[in-house]
Design a protein around this ligand. Structure first.
Ligand code: SF4
Length: 446
């Protein structure tokens, strides 16, 4: 989501004639999109801004901060950054750039042709950054936010405090963006939202408030299902993924619809967080181990070739060794392909930050290692089963004499470079060997 925010902020800078530089030393302005999900990312910002403030002693440099920033950090950052804005208030950044008279300072400022004069009006009018046309960083891969914010208040999570309550983007706007992307040759689209399954729940309740006539009673997934069905009708050769799901919100209807879609690979990210019922309750996750595994079973029945990935937090306050074994048990049963693994770190202002963080750093590390070892074993077994099969890959990288691509299940495949294959091509590859984190193959059909 931060990557996607950066693409929109980048578009705004472009509209003022700025150019992106990969070299920090050349920059007139540095804009940081913060992430508060883990303390480590916040600490890195403190480290970087120190250096930039040193640079300011020798030359002009502006520092701007946006993204997910917790209230406590915000107060400290206000003292060390020139300007802080919330991404949903992006019009403030426009004003900041104008107020600084940076336009006047730069002699060759010219609005980029793709950004019209009504750009500011649009930003002001909507007050909605999601409607800004982003500066996509890749011609073949794009992130499309369908909602932002979250209403779930998992006790460890900073998102509802930094991004606010869930707000869905109008369906027509999303479809228009995707149509445009496909038309321009984009091959892989990822729909983004903190909880994509509840897409449109706020939208439908707004409609109900605004209208006197009875509105259809949307269950949790209905608007999301409507959205993905419409996307699937857009003609072209492309894949669509979506992140992130919440196990409590995946309906039977969604599971029934997924196998009928042409453009949605059989791939689901299903955040587990913990496999223990008491810890799940403390996390405010609204499911149990049994329910989670029941969901996995249903998904596998509907999509036998589905690839599942997950998020896990180890060392949540009060997590005993026995409770951690429950998590490991689910990892073994669900046979995930990838786990985004985090050691618990308290996020100030959340409920979990008031709990006693009583699992030692060493024990958290130990639990992380155990999950990783278990995962590596499972993934290697899964990958070895792919040897001899033909996989369709989307070629996305070229290095020396090698090409790399992703299977529908997002596994990296390495092949020899071929003059007839370019980045953005879909090709069939026969898998010849495998490690836990990479497949190796040979082009089969062109
Ligand atoms: S559903 Fe996800 S984003 Fe929302 S509070 Fe829980 S962990 Fe955070």
């Amino acid at each position: 989501m931060n990557y996607s925010d950066a693409e929109r902020i980048s578009a705004l800078f472009d509209s003022f004639g700025f150019q992106k530089t990969e070299n920090e030393k050349e920059a007139d302005i540095v804009c940081v999109i913060a992430c508060s999900v883990r303390q480590h990312a916040v600490d890195r910002i403190y480290g970087k801004v120190k250096g930039w403030n040193e640079t300011k002693k020798h030359r002009q440099l502006r520092t701007v901060l946006s993204g997910c920033v917790l209230e406590g950090d915000r107060k400290k950052f206000e003292k060390i950054f020139d300007f802080i804005f919330e991404v949903k208030d992006i019009s403030k950044l426009t004003k900041y750039i104008e107020d600084m008279s940076l336009r006047a300072e730069r002699s060759n400022l010219k609005r980029s042709p793709q950004v019209s004069d009504s750009y500011d009006d649009k930003i002001e009018g909507y007050g909605d950054y999601l409607n800004i046309h982003p500066k996509y960083q890749s011609p073949i891969r794009a992130y499309v936010p369908i909602s932002t914010g979250c209403d779930n208040f998992c006790t460890y999570c900073a998102v509802p405090y930094t991004r606010g309550r869930e707000k869905s983007r109008p369906i027509e706007e999303i479809i228009a963006e995707i149509r445009d992307l496909v038309k321009k040759g984009c091959k892989e689209i990822t729909l983004l939202g903190q909880n994509v399954n509840s897409y449109g729940n706020d939208y439908s309740s707004n409609n109900r408030e605004k209208s006197d006539s009875p509105q259809p009673a949307f269950s949790n997934n209905n608007k999301f299902i409507e959205l993905i069905k419409i996307i699937d009708q857009i003609p072209g050769k492309y894949r669509v993924y979506f992140y992130s799901n919440h196990p409590k919100d995946i309906s039977d209807e969604l599971i029934t619809v997924l196998p009928t879609l042409k453009h949605f690979p059989h791939y689901l990210h299903l955040p587990l967080q913990s496999g223990n019922d008491e810890i799940l309750k403390e996390m405010n996750r609204h499911y149990t181990q049994e329910k989670y595994l029941g969901l996995v079973k249903k998904i596998r029945q509907a999509l036998p070739d589905v690839l599942l990935t997950t998020d896990i937090i180890v060392g949540f306050p009060g997590e005993s060794k026995e409770q951690f074994w429950d998590t490991l048990k689910v990892v073994k049963k669900a046979r995930f392909e990838m786990i985004f693994l985090a050691q618990f770190s308290p996020r100030p202002g959340t409920k979990a930050a008031k709990m006693v963080d009583d699992v030692s750093k060493a024990e958290k590390k130990n639990r992380e290692t155990l999950v990783n070892e278990t995962l590596t074993k499972i993934v290697l077994e899964n990958n070895e089963k792919l040897i001899g099969t033909t996989q369709e890959i989307l070629v996305d990288e070229a290095k020396k004499d090698k090409l790399y691509g992703r299977t529908k299940g997002y596994k990296v495949v390495e092949i020899k470079k071929s003059p007839t294959v370019k980045i953005g091509d879909f090709i069939n590859v026969k898998i010849e060997s495998a490690t836990a984190w990479k497949l190796f193959g040979k082009i089969e059909l062109l």
